[in-house]
Design a protein. Structure first.
Length: 354
């Protein structure tokens, strides 16, 4: 045979080996390619998620939203339930409730494990939108999902019951949320206090407020301003006007611009003919809430009281305020209109007529 024949034979054999090696190596190459592709999406997804958490902790919610949306974008098939959860929290902080609802629903839909916290947050938004049946349903689902006490779901159910006007059932849920003493769930404890006020059990509310203030266990998130405001309402309802005055002055120690404390004090002083003190507190209310609907009438009242002082009629009884309130006795619930709807933070203004 010729040399040419052997050279062609060797060339064919070399090509065969090359193709064989390529076929053998190809699966590994594919796996490596897949790995590289996966890392190219997983890594930026996780990076953006962590950046979102940092922004959320720093209360930079706009930046957090951008980061969580990027984390979802880079996640394979947009699968990132944890990003959707914090996206919902971030939207909620910015009062974008509808987008928050959709984010929580995606979190619940994608998650392979129970996510009761997401369901509680979703239920709170349903409650805010007065979608009470949906809120109750999702709260009960969360209660089942919690492996243990389910205190957050119980507290939510208490709020739903109050919104439905069933204050006794709400009390039961708050107590279930609190569990055995000593109580440490501050939010539910404060809700239980205001629930007692709505049930007109002002003595019960006072006892719980004092217990909250003197708790043997450290408590997180006690709203002392709000609780002293409640304490003043309870004292007034029981006829203890000095106790009410002291409690509302304590509110102003925490926040000198608390419009509700200024208003309560002004009306009480006005009803007792303490003209200068009433004027001072009315002015404090106007300064702290200049756009409130009561301001025009209050300004008229301030002018009237100043005229009384200018006319030097100290020996004459001052004309009672048409908006004043006679302090309530145990059998007189004149201050009950102070008690707010469940979702109103400071719903405790006296029945002043303003």
């Amino acid at each position: 045979m010729s040399d040419k024949f052997f050279r062609n034979l060797i060339l064919c054999f070399s090509l065969f080996n090359t193709l064989t090696m390529t076929l053998v190596i190809s699966p590994n190459n594919c796996a490596l390619a897949k790995k590289n592709k996966a890392s190219s999406t997983v890594e930026p997804s996780e990076k953006n998620y962590k950046e979102g958490l940092k922004a959320y902790d720093n209360k930079d919610y706009e930046k957090a939203i951008d980061s969580f949306l990027q984390a979802i974008y880079f996640a394979r098939n947009s699968y990132s339930p944890k990003s959707y959860y914090y996206l919902g929290l971030s939207y909620g902080e910015l009062k974008n409730d509808n987008k928050a609802i959709e984010a929580y629903k995606k979190c619940i839909e994608q998650s392979l494990e129970p996510v009761p916290d997401a369901k509680v947050e979703l239920g709170k938004l349903y409650l805010k939108q007065n979608r009470l049946n949906e809120s109750m349903t999702i709260a009960n689902e969360a209660l089942c999902d919690y492996a243990g006490h389910g205190y957050r779901a119980q507290n939510l159910l208490g709020l739903v019951m109050e919104a439905m006007g069933d204050f006794d059932s709400a009390k039961w849920h708050y107590e279930e949320a609190l569990g055995t003493r000593p109580w440490t769930y501050t939010v539910a404890w404060q809700n239980l206090i205001e629930n007692a006020m709505k049930r007109k059990q002002f003595g019960e509310a006072v006892n719980n407020i004092n217990a909250l203030f003197t708790s043997e266990k450290p408590l997180k998130g006690v709203d002392f301003e709000r609780m002293h405001l409640d304490l003043g309402v309870c004292y007034l309802a029981k006829g203890n006007t000095q106790g009410a005055i002291d409690a509302w002055h304590r509110v102003l120690d925490y926040n000198p611009n608390n419009q509700h404390a200024h208003f309560q004090l002004a009306v009480l002083y006005d009803s007792e003919n303490h003209i200068s003190s009433a004027i001072k507190e009315y002015q404090g209310f106007v300064a702290s809430a200049p756009n409130d609907a009561k301001v025009p009438k209050i300004k008229e009242r301030i002018m009237m009281l100043n005229q009384k002082i200018g006319e030097n009629q100290a020996l004459k009884p001052v004309q009672p305020s048409p908006y004043s309130l006679t302090p309530a006795s145990p059998n007189n619930s004149a201050s009950l209109k102070q008690i707010p709807p469940a979702n109103q933070q400071y719903p405790r203004e006296t029945d002043s007529g303003f």
